[in-house]
Design a binder for this molecule. Sequence first.
Ligand code: GRF
Length: 204
Amino acid sequence: MSVAVLISGRGSNLQALLDAGLPITTVISNEAEAKGLETAAARGVATRIVEHRRFSSREAFDAALAGEIDRAAPQLIALAGFMRVLTPGFVARYKERLLNIHPSLLPAFPGLRTHERVLAAGAKVHGCSVHFVTAELDHGPIVIQAAVPVRSQDTAETLAARVLRQEHVIYPRAVRWFLEDRLVIEANRVRVKGNDAQLVFAAD
Ligand code: GRF
C-alpha cells in the first residue's frame, strides 16, 4: 500500500498524515519552495517538484504530474493544500483514488478564502471536509467532516487554526479507511464499512 501526497505549501496536513504512520512514499509539489517538501525529505520520503509555470497548458502540467504519480504507482493520491485545479482527464485517470481536504463544511463554501467568507456570512458553524475529487471543484462525495463553532471574537486566523486542528484529525482517518478498503461510494454518498463515525464535533 502506498500514498502519494500532492502539496503546494506549508504541508501541515502532510505532516499529520506522516505522524499517523501512513505509508506515504512520494510527495509532489507544484511549488519548489513548498515547506512541506522539507518535512517529507526529513522523514526520508521521496520528493518531486513539477512546477506548473513551466507548462503552457493545464493538460501538459497534468500529464507531467501523472507521469510522476505513475512512476510511484500509489494506490491513493491525497491532495493536501494542493492549489491547482485538475483537468477532467486527470481526475478520470485516478477515479475514486483521489482524496482532497477542504477547509469548509461542503457543499457550503467551496473555493478559496473560506474562513473570511464564513465570517462575512455570519455563519455559526464551520469546519472541514475530506472528499473524493471529481471534475467539479470541491464537489466530490464526502468521506468525513468535522464541525467547529464560529465564535463572536474570531478572526479569519483564529477560525482557520480551529479548523486546521480538525483537518489534522479527519484526514489521517479518511486515508486509513481508504487503505483498509472500507470506503464504499454509493451514488454520491460515502459509507464506511464497519460504520465508523463520519462526523466529528469539536469545541476548540
Ligand atoms: C488547508 O487548510 C487545506 O484544507 C487547504 O489548504 C490548506 C493547506 O494547509 N486545502 P497545509 O499545507 O496542509 O498546512
